[in-house]
Unconditional design. Structure first.
Length: 127
């Protein structure tokens, strides 16, 4: 019965839209992966970094369990993956475990939203 339930959840992935980069290319040097409330600061930081000539993309995950069926392959097409989160890094751990990628987490547990500057520092490698 446990396997039947696991198969049922895995089958849901067929109905989830394929994951795409919402800003930037679907491959490259760096992907910033977010979900939920991190959208605004990530999107602005990626936009600014791209204007500076940095090869970076914004991927925003909307489906978590299961992930979109192509998410792992998409992330493997980037040299680096950074995951800013408003918690202790649950998403980055899931991405590492399910896709075997060396994603880097940037956690914010202050109760205040990310500042665009904080994400830009991570993109530029300043943090």
């Amino acid at each position: 019965m446990t396997q039947a339930r696991a198969d049922k959840i895995a089958g849901i992935a067929r109905d989830i839209p394929l994951q795409t980069a919402i800003l930037g290319e679907d491959h490259g040097a760096l992907a910033i992966v977010g979900w939920g409330s991190t959208f605004g600061p990530i999107h602005q930081a990626v936009r600014i970094a791209r204007e500076e000539g940095i090869d970076v993309a914004h991927i925003h995950v909307r489906y978590m369990c299961p992930f979109p069926r192509n998410l792992g392959d998409l992330l493997k097409d980037y040299n680096r993956v950074i995951v800013p989160e408003m918690n202790n890094g649950q998403l980055v751990r899931l991405l590492r475990a399910e896709n075997l990628i060396p994603a880097e987490g940037v956690s914010n547990v202050t109760g205040k939203p990310f500042k665009v500057r904080e994400i830009l520092e991570a993109i530029r490698g300043e943090s």
